[in-house]
Write a protein that binds this ligand. Structure first.
Ligand code: KPL
Length: 303
């Protein structure tokens, strides 16, 4: 993958800005949002140092005018529920064979976009942690709260060289990245974690670690008892240590976090309820399983 071709980051939320900030040290990038912004991206690195990075920040329309160079890759960093709209808008501006990298949570848009897009579609699952904070000058800053790993692969196992190229590019930008030959399994495991944590903490407005306390601990365990068999019923291998160990270990490791869905609720934004709980509800219907805890969770989760 030539280092000179620009990558577009479509979606200027925390993940889009984080990837733009990191990648900008190694290659040309453009951060594409809903409105034009000054070409400076404020980034706080994991050691707390602030950087003002020279990154073009524009809209799809203004980019077409200011820089018609076709992108080598488009990273779709929108929330899951905004992805289709973003993709429709993108189609009007790029060749339909342009490679895409999907950063969305859940397992809703990945199979749909893979079927729909003519070019290669890679999926990512990341444990990088970031959030956007207001800056004293009235602007905003993306805070790289915790470094993690980004796994990359495609659902059809059709683009291994491209996946390796993207991993190399992320590594050159100082990010930890690996190719995953079974990205679907990785996404389902992450979905299990998000389904057991995010809706509960969003509804009760608590940090992840508070799930260890009563009465939440029991609720998490009841959800795990339903989620694990449902995902295995989709032909997905369970985690080596089991579902419960995986989920409780993430709760421990992220005890101080305000999960992304809680941040959405607090900011009055739509949540990723459909992306995270939708695939589990579909699986329950297909497998004709009764899932009372998941059903109640879905009803109680803000959309
Ligand atoms: O991925 C997360 C999220 O907030 O969406 C977890 C793992 C729950 C960490 O907060």
């Amino acid at each position: 993958m030539p280092a000179s071709s620009p990558w577009w980051l479509l979606g200027a939320g925390a993940m889009g800005r984080l990837f733009a900030a990191r990648l900008s040290v190694a290659r040309p990038v453009c951060l594409i949002g809903r409105r034009d912004a000054p070409n400076v991206l404020h980034y706080r690195d994991p050691s707390g140092v602030d950087h003002a990075l020279d990154v073009p920040c524009c809209t799809l329309t203004s980019l077409a005018v200011s820089d018609p160079t076709p992108p080598g890759l488009v990273v779709l960093a929108t929330k899951s529920h905004d992805t289709q709209t973003a993709l429709d808008a993108l189609s009007a501006h790029v060749d339909a064979r342009t490679p895409l990298l999907l950063l969305q949570n859940g397992f809703r848009v990945q199979p749909i976009v893979t079927r729909q897009w003519l070019g290669p579609v890679l999926c990512a699952s990341t444990t990088e942690g970031a959030y956007v904070e207001s800056a004293p000058d009235g602007g905003t800053c993306v805070v790289h709260a915790g470094t993690g790993v980004t796994w990359i692969g495609d659902l059809d196992h059709a683009w291994p060289d491209l996946a390796h190229g993207v991993v190399e590019a992320l590594t050159a930008a100082g990010m930890r990245a690996q190719v995953d030959d079974d990205i679907a399994q990785r996404l389902w495991h992450k979905l299990a974690v998000n389904a057991a944590i995010n809706p509960l903490v969003a509804r009760h407005r608590i940090r992840n670690g508070q799930l260890r306390d009563r009465p939440f601990r029991r609720m998490v365990d009841a959800l795990i008892d339903e989620i694990g068999p449902l995902i295995e019923g989709q032909g997905v291998e369970p985690p080596a240590a089991g579902w419960s160990a995986l989920i409780w270990q993430v709760i421990e490791a992220t005890a101080d976090n305000r999960a992304s869905m809680l941040q959405d609720v607090l900011a009055g934004r739509p949540t990723e309820r459909e992306a995270i709980l939708g695939p589990l509800r579909d699986a329950a219907r297909r497998q004709q399983r009764s899932t009372p805890s998941l059903d109640a969770l879905y009803r109680d989760t803000p959309s």
